[in-house]
Design a protein around this ligand. Structure first.
Ligand SMILES: C[S@@+](CC[C@H](N)C(=O)[O-])C[C@H]1O[C@@H](n2cnc3c(N)ncnc32)[C@H](O)[C@@H]1O
Length: 394
């Protein structure tokens, strides 16, 4: 069906669970207009008020009586009960259970599109119950749905981040949005060999190891702020080789302008900005979705396989009340020009990883059965020795 409105007026958006507006910023970059934001947490509200000053902001989805008449409803509902970093109470957990309010609001609304983003874990949690709930609710309301797991690196940012993008509609074809593009994984040649990201809080069973990228920036559970990852610069001088990114680097790694979450400082301590950024949707991801909502592409049905109820959820699928299909597409809709890690993080301003963090991580690493380059272990040792040295008095 041709998307006539795209040529006559911008599509309008209501952003529920808006966080710091990663979805809405990307949709606006694609040419849409945000008509309503709904966000409950004060530091996030402070960012939204500052960055979307002309958009009405409602505080709690539980008291939102009705949706405005918009083309697109977005709902990156809380993932604290779904993510591995958070608790795992599941889709009916206190935070993630809020998604039921989305369905109550949709009962009396007719948006052309609904867009949801969530963590990869949603596909496997409770043996797929979370996804079954989402999908069944949309089917009950007469929607066709489609979802696809994507890696934020497809947008060019050096952050390995896998997220489920879910699109549903009663009148349009979500497959033409999510499955029209497939570029396949980046070749190794796209990545440089000069810097590696890792989680220094790990080291027993995993490293979060990422070449020329940082591993997923995490929002963390409601219980605490997770520590940001660190990165190793292979050829840096001792003391400058194991560093931690600054919050502005994290914002850029999520596709936001640097300083985007600064307004949160009016309401919370600085560490909270990490949680806001870790919770957000990578802006380039929602921009890609927005462009495809405005200009749906072609969907090729060859290769799709029937998906019986109760099967494991694949990395991409679509369905409606009648049937469900698994779709064979990569996590890489596009391969936009890659920004190398050291071109995004400001290595000169980045702080060295503390002595305590370095020795703790290195100790775990040595005891583990993990595989890592010897040069990385040597760099950690040298870094710890350097951090032990007294700072010279000028
Ligand atoms: C996963 S985050 C969404 C992030 C967002 N998509 C972004 O790009 O920043 C979920 C958000 O839902 C918000 N939230 C939780 N309970 C809410 C409620 N009752 N009403 C509105 N928002 C709520 C949280 O504060 C959090 O910012």
């Amino acid at each position: 069906m041709p998307n006539l409105d795209a040529t006559t007026r911008p599509l309008t958006v209501a952003g529920l669970f808006a966080g710091i507006g990663g979805v809405e910023l990307g949709l606006q970059a694609a040419g849409m207009q945000t008509k309503l934001l709904c966000e409950w947490w004060e530091p996030a509200q402070a960012v939204l008020e500052h960055r979307f000053p002309d958009t009405p902001l409602h505080d709690d989805i539980q008291t939102l009586k009705a949706l405005p008449d918009v083309d697109v409803v977005t709902a990156g509902f809380p993932c604290t009960d779904l993510s591995q970093a958070g608790r795992t109470a599941g889709i009916h957990g206190e935070a993630s259970g809020l998604v039921k309010h989305l369905f109550e609001l949709l009962e009396d609304a007719s948006p052309r599109w609904v867009v949801i983003e969530n963590v990869r874990n949603m596909l496997v949690l409770d043996r797929g119950t979370a996804m079954e709930y989402l999908v069944s609710e949309f089917e009950r309301l007469g929607y066709t749905w489609a979802y696809r797991l994507v890696d934020s690196r497809f947008t060019g940012v050096p952050q390995r981040r896998q997220r489920v993008i879910f699109v549903a509609s009663r009148t349009e074809d979500p497959r033409a949005v999510l499955f029209a593009d497939d570029a396949d994984e980046r070749p190794d040649a796209d990545y440089r060999d000069d810097a590696y990201g890792f989680y220094w809080t790990e080291g027993n069973t995993g490293l979060g190891w990422a070449q020329d990228a940082l591993p997923t920036l995490k929002g963390g559970s409601g219980l605490g702020i997770p520590s940001p990852p660190a990165f190793w610069i292979r050829d840096a001088e001792p003391g400058r080789a194991i560093l931690t990114p600054r919050i502005e680097d994290a914002e850029a790694l999520q596709g936001f302008p640097r300083g985007w979450t600064e307004p949160a400082l009016q309401k919370a301590r600085p560490g909270v900005r990490w949680k806001l950024v870790g919770n957000a949707v990578t802006v380039g991801v929602s921009q890609w979705v927005g462009q495809r909502l405005l200009h749906p592409g072609q969907y090729d049905e060859t290769g799709q396989l029937i998906l019986p109820k109760g099967m494991r959820w694949p990395t991409a699928a679509w369905g409606d009340a009648d049937e469900r299909w698994a779709v064979s597409v990569s996590l890489w809709p596009e391969r936009r020009k890659y920004q190398h890690l050291l071109d995004v993080v400001d290595a000169e301003k980045a702080a060295p990883l503390s002595l305590r963090a370095t020795t703790g991580f290195h100790g775990r690493l040595l005891k583990s059965r993990l595989r890592y380059p010897q040069a990385f272990s040597d760099a950690l040792k040298l870094h710890a020795e350097r951090m032990l040295e007294p700072v010279p008095v000028p």
